[in-house]
Design a protein around this ligand. Structure first.
Ligand SMILES: Cc1cc2nc3c(=O)[nH]c(=O)nc-3n(C[C@H](O)[C@H](O)[C@H](O)COP(=O)(O)OP(=O)(O)OC[C@H]3O[C@@H](n4cnc5c(N)ncnc54)[C@H](O)[C@@H]3O)c2cc1C
Length: 387
């Protein structure tokens, strides 16, 4: 096996990095994950994640973790309500008599980010993850790498896999290609104990998801297993809107004033989001890697997940692509098919480029029409195809 006697360092313990770690470890590879979080108890921000049969779930199945997933996913959390700005429900999974199960093409069970991370962490050998290890740079030493951490420590590795997300430090050692602003900005927030702090929205949410569209704007809301909800607003804005607006997203009055003016003639129910949110809200201008990106493979470094192909969340593919990257890269690195690691990396990267060109296009298309006039009608029609 190409990586049999190699020290493999995965930078980032998100879904991509941890999936890769467990898949490689099962094949006997010596792997270490360096994660900037201080420990595993950090609460994971962000809505629930729906895993897809052909990608996220396929990776978990390969890692022998499907039963652990089934014990931890949240049945019913995938049920979506599509509503207009006045909260009229135009499409409702809760009233549809559709049931899917594991193995079906369109089965998309939801899991909390923290639960997914826990499953993956528990599958690893002790001390695989080195916490509080924020990589700030790399130095090339012969054919190996020296990793430099913010806490002043260093380490060495034969092969580095950057799984360090959208603002990857590792990516620049692989390619100079930069992400491009896609025209939409998100403001994300969380409401703890939503039954108490946002009761009307909690009732409308019914333990699932809400997609509210109108006036070329969106609000997406997910119920989480701990009784909180996660939401993000989206609309077309200049790339530097968040900075230029001068809004302090830690200031409740400023946040409420912004929301009231941005969602001016929306039902007052939506105000519960910003009145009940824990601050700060986070503004996230949405970037996407160029769909035609490619680079020449290297023998000792590559990237997976958002580090390889960050994209907006409007096709629900980010985590699934990260986990499929992990599956494909683990197969390449442990295959007998390649004479060296450079060829194994090249094989993985080629598949990843092709897949991203297609999924990234779908994602950018969705991002555009959902934030354009007629977006609501298009979404309702999409969920109700007429054959
Ligand atoms: C608002 C929002 C909603 C989303 N909704 C969905 C959805 O519904 N479905 C979906 O599939 N995707 C969704 N996504 C995208 C999804 O979250 C990502 O695609 C996915 O998490 C990527 O996984 P990853 O492992 O590549 O990176 P990440 O999940 O970003 O993990 C990266 C890890 O690396 C660590 N790290 C970062 N830098 C360093 C460093 N320098 N040194 C050490 N460690 C580092 C981080 O702490 C983190 O643990 C959404 C994203 C956003 C912003």
């Amino acid at each position: 096996m190409l990586v049999e006697s190699k020290q493999v360092a995965i930078i980032g313990g998100g879904p991509g990095g941890l999936t890769l770690a467990t898949l490689l470890q099962k094949k006997g590879v010596a792997v270490t994950v360096y994660e900037r979080d201080g420990d595993r108890t950090k609460r994971m921000q962000g809505g629930t994640l729906d895993l897809h049969t052909e990608s996220g779930l396929a990776a978990l199945a390969k890692a022998g973790l499907l039963d652990a997933f089934k014990a931890n996913y949240r049945p019913g959390a995938d049920k979506v309500r599509v509503v207009d700005k006045q909260t009229h429900i135009l499409d409702d999974d809760h009233t549809k008599n559709v049931t899917t199960t594991f193995g079906d093409d369109y089965h998309r069970p939801e899991i909390d980010r923290g639960a997914l991370r826990a499953i993956l962490l528990d599958s690893l050998q002790p001390n695989t993850v080195v916490w509080d290890s924020h990589v700030i740079s790399l130095e090339s030493v012969g054919n190996r790498w020296k990793l430099l951490f913010q806490n002043g420590t260093t380490s060495v590795a034969d092969l580095i896999i950057g799984a360090d997300g959208a603002n990857s430090k590792i990516r620049s050692f692989v390619t100079p290609i930069k992400p491009v602003y896609c025209g939409v900005t998100i403001v994300e927030g969380q409401v703890y104990d939503s039954a108490r702090n946002a009761p009307q929205i909690h009732a409308l949410l019914k333990g699932g998801k809400i997609m509210a569209l109108g006036d070329s704007k969106t609000i997406t809301i997910s119920a989480k297993g701990d009784g909180s909800l996660d939401f993000y607003t989206g609309w077309k804005a200049a790339a530097n809107w968040a900075k230029d607006s001068g809004i302090d997203f830690n200031d409740s009055q400023q946040v409420q004033a912004w929301f009231k003016s941005k969602y001016a003639d929306w039902d007052t129910l939506w105000l519960e989001l910003v009145e009940g949110a824990s601050l700060p809200l986070i503004a996230r201008p949405q970037y996407c890697m160029p769909l035609d990106q490619s680079w020449e493979a290297q023998s000792n470094i590559t990237v997976i997940g958002d580090a390889a192909h960050v994209m907006p969340p409007y096709a629900g593919e980010g985590v699934n692509m990260a986990m499929l990257d992990a599956l494909e890269l683990s197969e390449s690195l442990t295959s007998d098919q390649f004479v060296d690691i450079k060829l194994a990396n090249a094989h993985y990267e080629k598949q990843m480029f092709v897949r991203f060109a297609e999924i990234g296009q779908e994602t950018l298309d969705n991002t555009d029409w959902m934030h354009s006039p007629g977006g609501l009608e298009k979404l309702v029609n999409l969920f109700n195809p007429t054959e």
